[in-house]
Design a protein around this ligand. Structure first.
Ligand code: GRF
Length: 218
């Protein structure tokens, strides 16, 4: 797997995004999912990994945050991870993990996340529920780089989807999840092709998107 870009997926829940990433990487010659890391022993992602024969580590926070992060850092080093993909991971990553993955060319850490809203709208937990309750006509999904905030890092890809008046919450959420899978695959393709970049927010002086060659490294 030496020439491939090694990915670690972090997930805390059902794991449907993790499964999507695992399938996409299996089809892509540049990508390799080295492991999945979860903080929740009973999470659905654990069973998915068994079925998909993907290495899954359970690293709970039973001995505190520092101990958990130290164990995670050890696993990331052991597997020579290049990129971390958060997929429903319900913890804030520490400065120590982000610093280990900081990429000076990208000017961000090589850590990305999917969030089920049109950020900056509805950051944090239960974004589908809150958008649906707010009666939005459009919601969306966002793939973004991870920083120390809650869903605040630079946006890589973002797309909207409609909420129809007849929608049940499940129909609304399922439409969003389908978009999440597609968007995450597009972001992984950018990583594989070393074309990942983030969009400069419109209120800056920059006229074009930030484009940086991604250099593989640990
Ligand atoms: C997804 O909606 C993701 O965007 C959010 O949490 C959910 C995780 O779903 N952060 P799954 O565990 O990938 O099925």
């Amino acid at each position: 797997m030496d020439n491939k870009i090694a990915i670690a997926i972090f997930a805390s829940g059902n794991g449907s995004n993790a499964e999507n990433i695992i399938h996409f990487a299996a089809e892509n010659p540049q990508l390799f999912v080295a492991c999945v890391i979860t903080d929740q022993p009973a999470a659905g992602v654990v069973q998915r990994c068994e079925r998909l024969q993907t290495l899954c580590y359970t690293v709970p926070r039973q001995h505190g945050r520092e101990d958990q992060e130290q164990r995670i850092l050890t696993l990331l080093a052991k597997h020579r991870i290049d990129w971390i993909c958060l997929a429903g991971y319900m913890r804030i990553l520490s400065a120590a993990i982000l610093a280990k993955f900081y990429d000076p060319l990208l000017e961000v850490a090589r850590v990305i996340n999917i969030h089920p809203s049109l950020l900056p709208a509805f950051p944090g937990k239960n974004a589908y529920e809150r958008a649906f309750s707010a009666g939005v006509e459009q919601s969306g999904a966002t793939v973004h780089f991870v920083d120390e905030g809650v869903d605040t890092g630079p946006v890589i890809l973002q797309e909207s989807f409609p909420r129809y008046v007849t929608d049940t919450f499940e129909q609304f959420k399922n439409r969003g999840l389908e978009l999440e899978y597609r968007l995450y695959r597009s972001a992984l393709k950018l990583i594989a092709e070393q074309r990942i970049a983030f969009k400069i927010p419109p209120d800056t002086d920059h006229k074009t998107d930030h484009k940086t060659e991604q250099v593989r490294g640990n």
